[in-house]
Design a protein around this ligand. Structure first.
Ligand code: ZN
Length: 278
């Protein structure tokens, strides 16, 4: 595991901390596979009952790494989420599809199915791909300064790869979030049921640890079954099939951008995205 992610066991809790604060924890592939290694370690450790996904620094995650010096989209990594072929050395939609079905959709689904409850501990920005990381967790606890957005429609893309929007936000709010690209705060996220608690920043960790310890007292197998029960019902509410369908639309948008502008993100880098949102 590289230093992109820190792992710490505290009693029955595994604290998994994204550790690229300099880049607001933008998620490159090195971080993705470091997260996967950390979650695997937590699953394999019988003493761990609950996982906390935290983030170093002032922000949870700025989303997928589309522009830091450590962007590693061209690097081959051991594939763990799917049996698709590696993306390196491929061209066009073949390349993008192979990469995203593994590192984004596949990994998020894999993490959603971790048989131990996970709590996202969110402060500051939780944008686009950052939403995916929070949404795969079972509970989300946010500090009052937390804010959320999926602004990828500015790139002509109908939402991030793990399309949980209608289930996580409700269809009405999902439309507003996608169609405007606007930020919404922790309080609004609480009102629509996307987060479980909103607390002052200095109470964030103690609130998460308190919740985690209450869950940790439950039987481990019972927790795993209850988690699977919720996930199965969410999938019966159409989430898995919906996501598969939308993943195709997402890749139509990438391909359209590449065909028309020569760039699958329509030429928008992080600075352009930030400018558009302020
Ligand atoms: Zn994509």
């Amino acid at each position: 595991m590289g230093d992109e992610v820190r792992y710490e066991r505290r009693g029955a809790l595994a604290m998994v901390t994204m550790n690229r604060p300099r880049y607001r924890n933008a998620q490159n592939s090195a971080m993705t596979y470091a997260l996967d290694a950390a979650f695997t370690r937590a699953v394999d450790d019988d003493e761990v009952r609950v996982i906390v996904l935290a983030a170093a620094g002032d922000h949870f995650s700025a989303g997928h790494d589309i522009g830091t010096p450590e962007r590693d989209a061209d690097t081959e990594f051991p594939r763990r989420a799917t049996m698709w072929w590696d993306h390196t050395g491929k061209e066009g939609a073949d390349r993008r599809y192979a990469r995203e079905i593994e590192v984004y959709l596949g990994m998020c689904r894999r993490w959603r199915e971790i048989p131990k409850p996970a709590i996202a501990m969110v402060q500051g920005a939780c944008i686009a791909g950052g939403l995916m990381l929070a949404w795969v967790c079972d509970l989300i606890v946010a500090s009052e300064d937390a804010f959320f957005a999926d602004p990828v429609l500015r790139m002509g893309i109908p939402g991030v790869e793990y399309f949980a929007h209608p289930w996580a936000l409700g269809p009405r709010m999902a439309r507003e979030v996608l169609f405007t690209g606007d930020r919404f705060g922790a309080r609004r996220a609480y009102e629509i049921g996307m987060v479980n608690r909103v607390v002052p920043r200095d109470e964030l960790e103690s609130t998460v640890v308190g919740l985690a310890e209450r869950m940790a007292a439950m039987p481990a197998f019972g927790l795993a079954l209850a988690k699977r029960a919720i996930n199965q019902c969410e999938d019966l509410m159409g989430m898995r099939a919906g996501m598969d369908a939308v993943f195709g639309l997402h890749h139509v948008a990438h391909a359209h951008n590449a065909e028309v502008t020569g760039n699958s993100l329509a030429g928008l880098d992080p600075a352009a995205m930030k400018k558009a949102s302020s």
